[in-house]
Ligand binder design. Structure first.
Ligand code: NAD
Ligand code: ZN
Length: 354
């Protein structure tokens, strides 16, 4: 195991319980701020539905986020501009309620409110300079681990890349398994597999240490319980949290590096793109791909195929460029000499199978 000598940050405050969302007003009231308004960024699925007991006050700003596409840097810049128009003061907090897309949007908007320029300027590693507005994350879909991670994944015209920074961690998360009840089963599968793949990539990587090993092994066994036996919503929620924490301490790997290229080229959502890629990675993850195929079969999920058939060389080259931006995941997966192993030709060969 590599001596992973870094000063890791974790989310400092967490409430985990069925019904925990009811604690939100108390949490907001406890924030030390002179501001008189909060910003809610809520997945559009909840618009007009009474299932979320949120108490948005007249002075607050509630934005329903369309998650038909994954968050873009333009969306982040646009929402930050709406908030600046709403008030000259900063909000006391930004609260994200939804799946990974909404949680990432809340993190990115909170960051942009205290940092100049466009969110595009912060895609990369450790580029954020100023502490963001206080951020609260409330997942309604589990698997991405965004609630625990130091990344905020954004698409721009040219690339899909995270704002990787300690400032991307939430200050507070509220985990309420009741909120997962309405998730359609196919979505639950794809986002749940994101967590399974985080664990596999963490466990198979060179950055693994005893801490990330314990986290990812526990999260992996919870995913196996949920998708091969009959685990419950709270199991999945804990798996997502621990899987997310595990990759803070280690990293993702080959599957994520390739899946970003697919999402860029075809708009395929992250969980589904990961599944399409992972299905073809037996060479890298021989212990886990057969188990993954068992899960696909058990849940009657048939993956899209032939996506890259007939695509232009130019688009394929762009996908390869995006894959090669994932330096840390690729070093984690393949070691320091990854560039000589994971060549453009090798990446092209893998994409052509999808
Ligand atoms: P998502 O947030 O994109 O949501 C997918 C769908 O589920 C949407 O249609 C949404 O309306 C619906 N949904 C959400 N909660 C629901 C509920 N309770 N009931 C019914 N429908 C519900 O999906 P996701 O897989 O959670 O997130 C994907 C995003 O997360 C991608 O943008 C990906 O890049 C990002 N991601 C981030 C990290 C990180 O660490 N920051 C890690 C992995 C992925
Ligand atoms: Zn992921």
């Amino acid at each position: 195991m590599r001596n992973n000598l870094r000063n890791f940050k974790v989310v400092p405050n967490m409430i985990f319980s069925y019904g925990a969302i009811k604690e939100l007003p108390k949490v907001v009231a406890g924030i030390n701020s002179n501001s008189n308004f909060s910003v809610y960024i809520v997945d559009h699925f909840f618009k007009g539905k009474k299932i979320l007991p949120l108490q948005c006050l007249p002075e607050d700003l509630c934005y329903y986020l369309d998650t038909a596409h994954e968050p873009t840097t333009d969306d982040v810049d646009h929402i930050a501009a709406i908030i600046r128009e709403h008030s000259r003061d900063l909000p006391r907090c930004v609260i994200g309620v939804g799946g990974g897309s909404t949680l990432d949007m809340a993190k990115a908007v909170a960051t942009l409110l205290t940092n100049p320029g466009s969110s595009m300027d912060y895609q990369g590693w450790d580029l954020v300079k100023n502490r963001p507005v206080y951020k609260i994350g409330i997942p309604t879909l589990s698997g991405t681990g965004s609630e625990a991670s130091r990344t905020t994944v954004l698409k721009s015209k040219y690339k899909k890349q995270g704002i990787n920074s300690d400032y991307s961690l939430f200050d507070q998360i509220i985990l309420d398994p009741d909120l997962l009840e309405t998730v359609p089963s196919r979505q639950k599968f794809f986002t749940g597999m994101d967590c399974y793949i985080h664990c596999v990539e963490s466990l198979s990587g060179t950055y693994l240490n005893a801490y990330s090993l314990a986290l990812s092994q526990t999260a992996l066994s919870l995913c196996q319980k949920v998708f091969l036996k009959n685990g419950k919503y709270d199991d999945l929620m804990v798996a997502s949290l621990l899987g997310g924490q595990s990759i803070v301490y280690s990293e993702v790997g080959v599957c994520h590096a390739l899946s970003y290229g697919l999402s860029h080229a075809f708009g395929t959502h992250h969980g589904e793109a990961n599944c399409i890629v992972f299905d073809k990675l037996e060479e890298y993850y021989p212990q886990y791909v057969p188990e993954f195929k068992q899960m696909l079969a058990k849940h009657d999920v048939i993956l899209q195929s032939g996506l890259t058939k007939g695509i232009s060389e130019q688009l394929l080259e762009q996908m390869i460029d995006i894959t090669l931006l994932m330096e840390k995941p690729l070093e984690n997966a393949l070691g320091p000499e990854w560039r000589s192993i994971f060549t453009r030709e090798k990446i092209k060969e893998l994409y052509k199978k999808m």
